[in-house]
Design a protein around this ligand. Structure first.
Ligand SMILES: Nc1ncnc2c1ncn2[C@@H]1O[C@H](COP(=O)(O)OP(=O)(O)O)[C@@H](O)[C@H]1O
Ligand SMILES: O=P(O)(O)OC[C@H](O)CO
Length: 497
């Protein structure tokens, strides 16, 4: 009989992954599949919810098969997901009534403008910790109810259900028996009061959302139900769920106040644990729930950058100047600098700390000598500049420098990126051996609920360093580069207005 493992389902923006973890937090099996991105109009992004489900369940079955394991080898399932992405489906047939509107989608920018014009920003912020922005689920849900024939009536009658991706996956896994979300995901909807820990009636009224379509909000580490026996040959306990960025904070074992991480995935997300108290930002960050465990929640301050590793994907898929993302490192090292070029990847507007839905991407500072290596290098550097902007905002809000900066996510495999990051931030960057901390965090949350791990001390020693990147940049050069970056960013403001 094989050992028992935790199955982490990581439903990211561009791919579904399943990783099986053992007690030491080591990966024993992994399967991954990209799925279709749908861009119906400029600035709009959708996914097919059935695609999300079929790729996710496909990789879960594949990960088991790869090591000849069955449901009996799995202690529990933990789910982590791209956040804010909004799905609405029919309670009886299980059919989605529209594609999932993805977190990056800007279609509700005007709706957000009108909410702001009504002077609602301060009260929304006080209650939800968020700014009014198309990024969050609330206006996406309102858009679906307003644009799909008969949807609002059906929702009011209780025939439709809303969910972010973890809710959709848990509903599918349990064959329509369980309709829940967790505190961390609820806190991204712009409909959830992060202080009272309840759906906010005033906001729901303002957005015209019937409360009966919303999931029950539960802790991030708790038994929600069992998967349908048809999926894996027998039932598996589902006992953890968290938004991917909060899960990564947990996976990096940032359990204490003041501990921070940055994830370089499709987007870039820096979170610092602020403990039992929510901290308000004066510098363009948002306040969010890190997780709810037992009867208490912990909060985080977050800087969200919409396009990070996706810049490299764009070079690969659209400009076709790369065969694969990892190759970007080799190209960046072929030149000494970017020859003055800056890439500002504001493809879907700018998130923190600028929050401009109407900004659009640009390559600035082009001269005749700029070649593809310079552009690739500038694209990687843009990921570091954006992270540096978040760091500056975070330190300003916290009133002191961050003590330790841990990184993870697919693009953190890139050594050039992290060397430049350490230099431009002028602080060391810590990369752990496991950079898949998102799924690891989901595994921990699930395994803590089933006693696979006894407590947090049991998992702390699983965090192992791979490499520390030390800052090594001349201070004058650093100041010049940052000046150029900020000048380039300013040029993108308001472009699509
Ligand atoms: N070695 C690399 N260098 C730069 N970017 C990379 C590298 N490997 C992956 N990426 C980028 O990171 C992203 C994938 O990271 P991942 O954590 O899997 O993202 P997500 O969970 O958002 O789907 C892609 O956008 C890809 O372009
Ligand atoms: O898919 P990722 O890993 O870039 O994460 C997306 C975020 O959850 C969006 O808020």
């Amino acid at each position: 009989m094989k050992d028992r493992y935790i199955m982490a389902l990581d439903q990211g923006t561009t791919s579904a992954r399943c990783i099986l973890y053992d007690r030491q937090g080591k990966q024993v099996s992994i399967a991954q599949k990209e799925f279709r991105q749908i861009y119906p109009q400029a600035g709009w992004v959708e996914h097919d919810p059935m695609d999300i489900w079929s790729t996710q369940i496909g990789v879960a079955q594949e990960a088991l098969l790869k090591i000849d394991a069955t449901y009996k080898n799995i202690d529990a399932i933990g789910i982590t997901n791209q956040r804010e992405t909004t799905v609405v489906w029919d309670r009886y047939t299980g059919e989605p009534i529209y594609n999932a509107i993805v977190w990056q989608c800007r279609r509700t920018a005007e709706c957000c403008d009108s909410l702001k014009a009504k002077g609602l920003e301060a009260s929304f912020r006080r209650k939800t910790g968020l700014l009014i922005d198309p990024y969050f689920s609330g206006t996406k849900l309102r858009w679906i109810l307003g644009h799909v024939d008969g949807a609002w009536e059906r929702a009011k009658n209780g025939d439709l259900l809303f969910g972010t991706i973890e809710t959709w996956l848990i509903w599918k896994l349990t064959d329509g028996k369980v309709h829940v979300t967790d505190y961390s995901n609820a806190s991204r909807t712009m409909m959830f009061n992060i202080h009272d820990l309840k759906w906010d009636e005033d906001i729901l009224k303002e957005l015209g959302i019937p409360v009966c379509m919303l999931p029950e909000v539960r802790p991030s580490s708790e038994v929600y139900g069992e998967s349908s026996p048809l999926l894996f040959g027998g039932p598996i306990t589902i006992s953890g769920a968290a938004g991917d960025q909060q899960a990564a904070l947990f996976g990096q074992t940032c359990f204490e106040k003041g501990e921070a991480k940055n994830t370089y995935g499709t987007g870039g997300f820096m979170l610092v644990n602020t403990g039992d108290e929510p901290v308000d930002s004066r510098n363009g960050l948002i306040t969010t729930i890190a997780w709810g465990v037992g009867n208490k929640v912990q909060y985080a301050l977050e800087g969200s950058v919409f396009i990070s590793g996706a810049t490299i994907q764009w070079l690969r898929d659209e400009l076709k100047i790369l065969d694969n993302a990892a190759e970007s490192e080799k190209h960046a090292r072929m030149v000494e600098d970017t020859a003055g070029a800056y890439v500002v990847p504001a493809f879907t507007g700018l998130g923190a700390p600028y929050w401009d839905s109407y900004a659009r991407g640009a390559i600035m500072g082009l001269t005749r000598g700029v070649n593809k290596n310079h552009i690739i290098r500038a694209a990687l550097e843009s990921m570091a500049y954006q992270t540096n902007d978040l760091m500056a905002a975070m330190e300003e809000d916290m009133g002191h420098p961050l003590q330790k900066f841990k990184v993870d996510g697919g693009a953190s495999a890139n050594n050039f990126l992290l060397e430049f990051q350490a230099g431009i931030m002028n602080m060391p960057v810590y990369r752990p051996q496991c950079i898949e901390t998102t799924s690891l965090g989901a595994a921990y949350l699930a395994g803590l609920a089933t006693d696979y791990w006894k407590n947090r001390d049991d998992i702390l020693s699983n965090w192992q360093i791979d490499r520390i990147f030390k800052p090594d940049m001349d201070q004058r050069k650093r100041a010049e580069l940052l000046d150029g970056w900020h000048k380039a960013v300013r040029c993108t403001f308001g472009w699509a207005r």
